[in-house]
Design a protein around this ligand. Structure first.
Ligand code: SAH
Length: 248
């Protein structure tokens, strides 16, 4: 059970697999005013940076579920490195349908809402693990500016205009699902650079050490095309943020 190999090649050196930087996760962790001992469930926990740093900085406990064995292993190592291995647990599994045995105070899905079949389905899934009065965290892209054509949307990693909303519409959509948006922290273009540009050096180094790999041509083509494509499209058109929601 694993995610497509292209992600573990391009993001093997990432600690955060989205356009958030460490300071954004720190800002969000503080903004949520969590009590020590708050239990967190994180579906699509990646390399575990959110849970590990929040366990260190806010004394939370948490469980992360992720489909990538590599990222899950990296998350466990990070927990040891930060001295929080007794506070956070990382499970290698498909998070689709995952409901925690004990209710949590914060239920998160940060940049992986396909797990619940989209934003609405993921909120429903997370709500099943949430204690009354708890907070749901959704990390999701939005259009910074609406692409004028489908061609432009496609330049953003093959997206379609209909894949995302503009920010006010995304926020309004949470209201229509019956949730208050009680906090939000937005990524910026510098954060996008950290997420996307960090892949380029990883790809280049991987190509230099794996020239005969069956994926070498795909990775080479990607490294050749991505930097200019990214600067023209994703960097200009795509926003990304984490939204904190409470049931009305
Ligand atoms: N939340 C993390 C990772 C976001 S990237 C962070 O902030 O860094 C999306 C993550 O979803 C990847 O780690 C990928 O392995 C994971 N993923 C993809 N499909 C999944 C599934 N069905 N179940 C659990 N995790 C999944």
């Amino acid at each position: 059970m694993d995610i497509p190999r292209i992600f573990t090649i391009t993001e093997s050196a990432h600690r955060i697999h989205n356009p958030f930087t460490p300071d954004k996760y720190a800002t969000l962790g503080a903004a949520l005013r969590m009590e020590k001992g708050t239990r967190i469930l994180d579906l699509g926990s990646g390399s575990g940076e959110m849970l590990c740093t929040w366990a260190r900085d806010h004394g939370i406990t948490g469980t992360g579920v992720d489909l990538s064995p590599l990222f899950t292993e990296q998350a466990k190592l990070r927990a040891v490195e930060l001295g929080v291995a007794d506070k956070v647990k990382f499970i290698h599994a498909d998070a689709a349908g995952y409901v925690s045995a004990e209710k949590v105070g914060v239920a998160a899905c940060i940049g992986a809402t396909w797990i619940g079949g989209g934003v609405a389905g993921t909120i429903e899934l997370l709500a099943r693990s949430l204690r009354p009065g708890g907070i749901i965290l959704i990390g999701e892209p939005y259009w910074r500016q609406l692409p004028p054509t489908e061609e432009v949307a496609k330049g953003c990693e093959g997206c379609a205009i209909a894949d995302f909303l503009i920010l006010p519409e995304l926020i309004a959509s949470f209201g229509r699902l019956g949730y208050d948006v009680v906090e939000m922290v937005l990524a910026d273009q510098h954060g996008w650079d950290r997420y996307e540009a960090a892949k380029w050096l990883t790809m280049r180094r991987w190509l230099d050490t794996n020239p005969g790999d069956e994926m070498a041509k795909e990775v080479r083509d990607k490294l050749t095309a991505d930097p200019a494509l990214y600067a023209a499209y994703t960097r200009e058109y795509l926003g990304w943020g984490v939204f904190a929601l409470m049931k009305r």
